[in-house]
Write a protein that binds this ligand. Structure first.
Ligand code: FAD
Length: 466
């Protein structure tokens, strides 16, 4: 009797506990379910769909090396899993745990369905370094602040080493029907906005190459370099981690080994990278304990914040036409490539929330649709962090100045010139303040707001809460 492996955000063969256990339990039936119903408004956005399509192609190729087909089905996951168990008569079901707010109930329903079908149901970790329940304060409470959370994680030492890739997988001899990937229409048609996405290589192999390149080229300067959008100093592993093409344990171990080989110990650069991986765990820790995080301000007083309803300004921001070069460059990078550098995400988010007084949920939704790494926990936690309404958030009154941020983190203007070619010929001195250029700039929009005035307005809005 076969064992069903239900792939979710663990689209990899190596270090996949669920797949390993399924392969040991019986001949394999591998399935991926596209479920647009259960997540409600959080069904995968357009950029995520592009990634998913390509990642499924790679996963199917990886499985095909062992002659194991990947069955694709569409529908509410519990209903589809019930059908698969019924059609195969499988004795067991294996999957990796997911932490989205609707997942707990879904996994519970799947367990009931499996039990009724006479199949053993097994759920595994692997998406995070630490399960959200495993890390508690001395009082047994969940953490709300990152630093003690990360300290508690580091105190646990290194996670277990990753499991090696499979030497062999055996397919079930029966056959069940599946969809054609093309019929899911996950890729954009007309217009095809994804040409700039060619910088990515979705899939397990692409993830492995990313981390190797990062270790060779950027890790030694990560702690400072990570704040510079003009330099390629971050790993760009986020979409790979989001889809589980690489596990955080594999990342952690690779960094530890590289550091051990280079210096015999973990240095500041490596520690900084591991702590970023822990930010990811921390976002999920928050989401697990406060499942309203994507939709509701964590700090209650922000419920009454006087947001402005301004669809026109929102559109200007989305298109990268605010007149502030670093903000515009970020939003254009996002549209073109499905990615935005972390420092610029913070500046662009701050601009929407504080300079335009537009609700952070509008920005969160835009990112959800356009980021290839759009992630329910990281996105919500980060937007709330910038908004000042989050658990461990930057205080609202700390308002990024987009000119000074640009001058500090893109000092030569290389990043801005790349994404705002209208500004290409400006001298460095005015690249982040083009309105000061004597000759003016053709084709680049005027500022949508004056930052000093907007800052004042934002502080007044904050004051209205108290
Ligand atoms: P690296 O610097 O190489 O970091 C390595 C890994 O650590 C990342 O791949 C990521 O998994 C994790 N990480 C790094 N920074 C953070 C962080 N601040 N919070 C949580 N995890 C982190 N990240 C997402 O994965 N999905 C999102 O939807 C998302 N939305 C964001 C929205 C806003 C407004 C902001 C300010 C940040 C958001 N981030 C999000 C966090 C961060 O910007 C990205 O994880 C990072 O830019 C990814 O690039 P990288 O892989 O090169 O990062």
């Amino acid at each position: 009797t076969p064992a069903v492996m239900w792939f979710r955000q663990d689209l990899r063969l190596a270090d996949n506990a669920a797949l390993k256990a399924a392969a040991e339990a019986g001949p394999l039936v591998c399935v991926y379910v596209l479920d647009d119903a259960t997540p409600g408004g959080w069904a995968w956005g357009a950029a995520s769909r592009w990634w998913l399509h390509n990642s499924l192609v790679r996963l199917a190729e990886g499985l095909a090396r062992f002659n194991v087909p990947l069955v694709l089905r569409r529908g509410p996951a519990d209903k589809v899993i019930a059908e698969i168990l019924h059609e195969t008569g499988a004795a067991s079901l294996h999957f990796t745990r997911d932490y989205a707010p609707w997942s707990g109930a879904l996994e519970q329903r799947v367990k009931t369905i499996a039990t009724e079908a006479g199949a053993a149901c097994h759920r595994y970790g692997g998406f995070l370094l630490h399960e959200p329940e495993a890390i508690r304060t001395g009082q047994g409470q969940p953490y709300k602040v990152f630093t003690p959370f990360s300290r508690a994680c580091f105190a646990l030492g290194d996670p277990r080493p990753p499991r090696p890739a499979h030497k062999n997988l055996k397919a079930w001899e029966g056959r069940i029907k599946g969809d054609k990937l093309e019929d899911w229409r996950l890729l954009p048609r007309r217009p095809d906005w994804s040409t700039g996405f060619a910088i990515w290589t979705p899939g397990e192999q692409g993830a492995r190459q990313r981390i190797e390149t990062f270790i060779d080229d950027a890790l030694s300067d990560y702690a400072e370099g990570r704040d510079r959008p003009d330099l390629a100093r971050t790993s760009r592993l986020s979409p790979h981690l989001h889809w589980g093409e690489i596990s955080p344990v594999q990342c952690w171990t690779a960094i530890r080994s590289a550091m051990a080989a280079a210096h015999g110990r973990l240095d500041r650069q490596g520690e900084k990278f591991l702590s970023e991986l822990l930010w990811r765990d921390f976002s999920y820790h928050l989401l697990h304990h406060w499942p309203d995080l994507p939709s509701t301000a964590f700090q209650e007083k922000f419920a009454a914040f006087p947001w402005r309803h301004d669809p026109k300004a929102l559109r200007v921001w989305q298109r990268g036409e605010t007149g502030y070069p670093i903000v515009d460059a970020g939003l254009r990078e996002l549209w073109a490539t499905g990615y935005m550098h972390n420092r610029v995400r913070m500046i662009a988010a701050s601009f929407l929330i504080k300079d335009l007084l537009i609700d952070w949920r509008q920005g969160e939704t835009w990112f959800w649709d356009t980021l290839v790494d759009a992630d329910i926990a990281n996105n919500a936690a980060s937007w709330q962090w910038v908004a000042g309404s989050g658990a461990d958030a930057a205080p609202y009154f700390r308002i990024f100045n987009p000119v000074l941020q640009g001058e500090k983190f893109d000092p030569e203007g290389d990043y801005v010139r790349k994404w705002c070619p209208e500004l290409r010929d400006l001298p460095n001195a005015v690249i982040h303040r083009p309105w000061e250029h004597e000759a003016g700039v053709k084709g680049y929009p005027a500022r949508i707001v004056d930052h000093a005035a907007a800052r004042h307005r934002a502080l007044l809005a904050l004051k209205s809460l108290s």
